[in-house]
Write a protein that binds this ligand. Structure first.
Ligand code: PMP
Length: 358
């Protein structure tokens, strides 16, 4: 039996995708082997890989002047790859600080070049996204980096920044959750383990004119130009993750694409936030316009009840509701593969728990 899994990542995958992967695991498409056991350069694997890219392009409407890379190393390696590829000597990159993941990107970029923190909402504990009118942007910045969804803080932008420099975004925890105008971005990256597939795969979507300017000492594997020229196959790519992401993309298309996901994700988030707000027992501190639809952190009126809440929710089949180890409290992640019924069951449990402990 599958439980309702609210993990922030690696996160729930669609049951239909897991069942399909299971059914074709030992003998993929009558090849006599699993897809994990064949050469990444074989016609069969390259066909599956190309299909995954084509489906992703169609889901997100990725323009033809963008490359899609299927890499390893997680979003964390992209914290380094972005400045190593895009930040030339003497240039400055602007970063917007909205919390723990933005800071992860900032700290790594500072190792390679000039970083200007153009805005931060640290003064109010990252409870809002700084309005773009307050950003102190650098003229001729190499790029502007932001974190559309802070997975730990539960903070999400309600706008796409309008900037002159190429816009770079860490979409790890909100990619594919709603339609996106990719043409507004210079570069998008995302670790797979939330809305894309299993951990070990990292997606990069990069505009072609930004490729080929890497610092000379950059490791080849981090060089977008070399990865793009080799079809993400300088070395062995994460073949199983790439394949499984392809199954997730097919599943998303069957569900009605990203417009259908947006509607469902809005419904799930509204259900949970509305209940939290009227409960008088649970609380979420984020400015309502910036509340994440993917990650909903919440606290209990009495923090000494947290242990009981987690033990009882786990026993009820509602898994992984503990907040990030750095902040505590609770967090429910509501990625694409978390069904509406999971959120309904969570709210029913929360109501019952509040009644018994309020
Ligand atoms: N950025 C964001 C927004 C994240 O949520 C995460 C992972 N939770 C990371 C970066 C780091 O990702 P990875 O573990 O794939 O390096």
């Amino acid at each position: 039996m599958r439980a309702f899994n609210f993990c922030a990542g690696p996160a729930a995958l669609p049951t239909a995708v897991l069942n399909r992967a299971q059914s074709e695991l030992p003998d993929w498409h009558s090849t006599g082997m699993s897809i994990m056991e064949m050469s990444h350069r074989s016609k069969d694997f390259v066909g599956a890989a190309d299909k995954a890219e084509a489906d992703l392009r169609s889901l997100l409407g990725i323009p033809s002047n963008y490359k899609v890379l299927f890499l390893q190393g997680g979003a964390t390696l992209q914290f380094s790859a972005v400045p190593l590829n895009l930040l030339g000597a003497g240039q400055t990159a602007d970063y917007i600080d909205t919390g723990i993941w933005a800071q992860g990107a900032i700290k790594e970029a500072q190792r390679y070049g000039n970083v200007n923190i153009a805005a931060t909402s640290g003064a109010d504990h990252y409870h809002h996204v700084p309005a773009q009118s307050t950003w102190n942007l650098t003229p001729d910045a190499a790029y502007v980096h932001y974190t559309p969804n802070e997975t730990i803080g539960g903070l999400q932008y309600d706008f796409i920044p309008e900037v002159e420099a190429p816009l770079v975004a860490d979409f790890s925890s909100s990619i594919l959750s709603e339609p996106l105008d990719v043409s507004k971005f210079g570069l998008i990256y995302a670790g797979a383990q939330k809305n894309i597939g299993p951990a070990g795969l990292t997606l990069v979507i990069v505009r072609e004119d930004l490729i080929g300017k890497a610092q000379s000492t950059i490791p080849s594997l981090l060089d977008y130009a070399k990865q793009a020229n080799s079809g993400s196959m300088i070395n062995t790519p994460p073949t199983f993750g790439w394949y499984l992401a392809g199954l997730v993309f097919e599943w998303l298309i069957e569900q009605g694409g990203l417009t259908a996901m947006q509607k469902l994700n809005q419904e799930k988030a509204t259900l949970l936030y509305d209940y939290i707000d009227r409960s008088g027992f649970y609380a979420n501190p984020i400015n309502p316009a910036n509340r994440s639809k993917m990650n909903v952190p919440f606290t209990l009126a009495d923090s000494s009840l947290e242990k009981a809440f987690l033990a009882e929710s786990t026993a009820a089949g509602l898994l992984n509701l503990a907040g990030h180890r750095s902040v505590g409290g609770m967090r429910a992640s509501l990625y694409n593969a978390v069904p509406l019924e999971a959120v309904q069951a969570l709210v029913a449990f929360m109501q019952d728990f509040a009644k018994r402990n309020g």
